[in-house]
Design a protein around this ligand. Structure first.
Ligand code: SME
Length: 160
């Protein structure tokens, strides 16, 4: 599926749906279905008031539950508030190997509203090295922005 199609689907799935947990769960399913060569797709959410991520909706194998800000690829994306594209996870210092099949990874900070605070990250893993490039970064940053705009002001406090 192209990112344009996926992001249009993302928009129409969200339209008027005030249920963030449902939107995140469907977002993980849409990514899993729409992109090839993945072994994990999902979210880690920021625990309010703590520099800590906790596992959110995802597709793939069971994963570690807590990741402190600054640790691994997810914790680095959350702490630096910047997308991380890792072509070979074995070369990333502190990478957390939830699934030993993972070879490359992209993590995008998830912001609430239009450019609001970072409330989590979107994490995709692939069993293939160099799986994620510039097109993926742009497509997934748009995907995260569409999703972020649908999140209510009290997200994720009410969930965690
Ligand atoms: N590899 C990630 C941990 C999460 S799993 O990939 C699902 C990391 O280093 O942050």
């Amino acid at each position: 599926m192209t990112y344009d199609t996926m992001n249009e689907t993302r928009r129409s799935l969200i339209l008027g749906i005030p249920h963030p947990l449902a939107n995140l769960a469907n977002a993980a399913a849409l990514l899993w279905e729409g992109l090839d060569r993945l072994n994990w797709a999902g979210f880690y959410l920021t625990v309010p008031g703590k520099d800590l991520l906790v596992l959110g909706p995802f597709q793939g194998k069971t994963a570690c539950i807590e990741i402190p800000y600054g640790r691994g690829v997810c914790g680095t994306a959350a702490a630096e508030q910047l997308t991380q594209v890792v072509s070979d996870v074995h070369l990333f210092p502190g990478h957390i190997a939830c699934d030993s099949a993972s070879a490359s990874e992209i993590v995008i900070p998830l912001r609430r509203g239009k450019g609001g605070p970072v409330v989590g990250v979107l994490d995709l893993d692939s069993p293939e090295k160099n799986r994620f490039g510039e097109e993926d970064r742009q497509g997934l940053e748009t995907f995260a922005a569409i999703l972020g705009e649908s999140l209510p002001d009290d997200f994720p406090a009410r969930l965690l």
